[in-house]
Write a protein that binds this ligand. Structure first.
Ligand SMILES: [Zn+2]
Length: 371
């Protein structure tokens, strides 16, 4: 029979669910649901508020996070910014200010993030039960093994959360986790998520669970050689897809030097293309074609039931060159039965939502047994 952990997970995954709906979904009698809810309330995990009356049946309640319930602290690092926030059961992120950093050695950036996390823990005390971190790089365990845009190698982030459980994930992979649980890939058995920012990263999700390989370092789709074999990638390999789909590719196409901030440069080129600049339109078309070819190849390899695209992805998806390139790369039998390829729904919040989900997933079983 379903127990406290099942009801806790169900309420977390389905914000706004009523007690009656949760009981029906889990096969619980009304009496069992009431008894389990009593335990979860006493453990300060879930609370209940009156559900809006439907005029039918007996009144029920909506399951919500307990007002004094557990929180996870979330830190999100990008190539140029960082922010920290908290999330409760139900997954809602608290508002967060975005701070800029200027790169350089990890120590200074991590010290600022650590101080902000310490301040959150001081504010909320024992309610902060875990920390989740999103980084723009390849992750094994809690170590960033390579973050090309930050020029970091082998940086252990355990320093960010002494004494608390810590989960660290790649930003694009975490955005995929968020899309599978709360966004455009929700309910899909096999989903492929790709984020195009500086390069392209992502993750395959099977039943909502990320397939990240033996050590957690998988999902580096940008370093599959779908690109020009003559081009060197900062990762150390040649021919990477990464350098053909972003602002760096657009700069080459326009005969411009490599941009210091490829993401911002891509934004400028997309804006120029929208206003009719022919050279910018050609640069966008090339990037969209390169993205489409790779997506077509990944459809052949992975057979997802949906593909979600974040970052620059939705802009490139809107180009007429994108679907044509997907079709060229897809095996002929597949061309009449392509899965939906859609913009990600959670946008820039995806990595933080995914980091919160990963941190919470790791501690929910322990929480469900507390009294
Ligand atoms: Zn590479």
């Amino acid at each position: 029979m379903a127990g406290a952990l099942d009801l806790l997970r169900h309420a977390h995954a389905n914000p706004g669910v009523t007690r009656a709906e949760a009981a029906a979904a889990l096969g619980l009698s009304s009496g069992s649901a009431t008894e389990i809810m009593g335990r979860l309330r006493a453990a300060r995990l879930l609370g209940e508020v009156a559900a809006p009356s439907t005029g039918r049946g007996r009144p029920t309640t909506v399951l919500v996070a307990h007002p004094q319930g557990p929180l996870v602290a979330v830190a999100e690092l990008t190539h140029a910014t960082w922010r920290v926030t908290t999330a409760a059961i139900g997954g809602e992120l608290a508002p967060a200010a975005v701070h800029r950093h200027s790169g350089g050695p990890p120590r200074a950036v991590l010290a600022r993030i650590r101080a902000a996390l310490d301040a959150l823990c001081a504010q909320h005390g024992d309610r902060v039960v875990a920390v989740g971190v999103s980084v723009p790089g390849t992750v094994r365990g809690t170590t960033v093994v390579q973050a090309a845009t930050l020029e970091w190698r082998d940086v252990d982030l355990a320093v960010l959360a002494p004494g608390r459980p810590l989960t660290v994930g790649n930003d694009a992979s975490l955005a995929g986790v968020a899309e599978a649980l709360r966004g455009a890939a929700r309910g899909h058995p096999v989903a492929l998520h790709l984020t195009v920012e500086v390069g392209v990263g992502g993750v395959l999700l099977v039943g909502g669970v990320p397939a990240l390989g033996a050590t957690g370092a998988g999902g580096e789709f940008g370093h599959v050689p779908f690109g020009d074999p003559d081009l060197h990638c900062p990762c150390g390999a040649r021919g990477c897809w990464d350098v053909t789909v972003d602002g760096r590719a657009m700069a080459r196409s326009l005969g411009r030097p490599a941009p210091a901030d490829p993401r911002a440069f891509a934004g400028e080129v997309l804006a120029a293309a929208r206003s009719g600049d022919r050279a910018a339109r050609a640069a966008v078309a090339q990037a969209a074609s390169a993205l489409g070819r790779g997506v077509g190849a990944l459809l052949n390899a992975l057979d997802p039931s949906v593909v979600t695209l974040g970052g620059l992805g939705p802009d490139l998806l809107a180009s007429e060159h994108f679907p044509a390139s997907v079709l060229q790369a897809a095996m002929v039998w597949r061309r009449t039965a392509l899965p939906p390829i859609v913009p990600a729904e959670l946008g820039a919040r995806g990595p933080s939502i995914g980091a919160a989900e990963s941190a919470l997933a790791a501690v929910l079983p322990t929480l469900a047994t507390r009294r």
